[in-house]
Write a protein that binds this ligand. Sequence first.
Ligand code: CU
Length: 171
Amino acid sequence: MSRRLVPSLVLALLGVVPLGCGGGDATDASVGRDAPSAPDAPSATDAASSSDDTGAVAALHGCEEGDFQDLRSGPPDSRMVMVPRGTLTFDNPCITISVGQSVMFMWDFAAHPLAPGVAPGMSGTGTEPSPIEPQSSGALYEPAFPAPGVYPYYCTLHHASGMVGVVRVEP
Ligand SMILES: [Cu+2]
């Protein structure tokens, strides 16, 4: 059901992305099984299944090189991250934008407080300072990213369940 909420652009991009964010053997198996039957959104499902990953690979918040959705050339409202209803995941956890662009974080921040940086217990390092500021109320937050870098973020309540993401900002 959550896949219906994924923007069509993301679905289109997923068609050329081999793997979601989870990595590892389980991801390979699930993608292979799901692909023929439905245009699934592996990034959303894998974010939940990656909660057991301990960051053994050098992927920040589970986002490996091939996982990043390139949103640089789309319209502004394509650069969006949401929380599909009934899930503890971000629908678009690994995205690439250009310097000067912004990202629309759209969900209930009281239910899923947003924090910048690497989630507790996860490995990796993000670019500092991060333009992402903590949010604990409201439902729309649209920070601009004026400097290139890799900016991780997470839900302070559910990061252990996979509510983590990364905005990669290219020059
Ligand atoms: Cu949450």
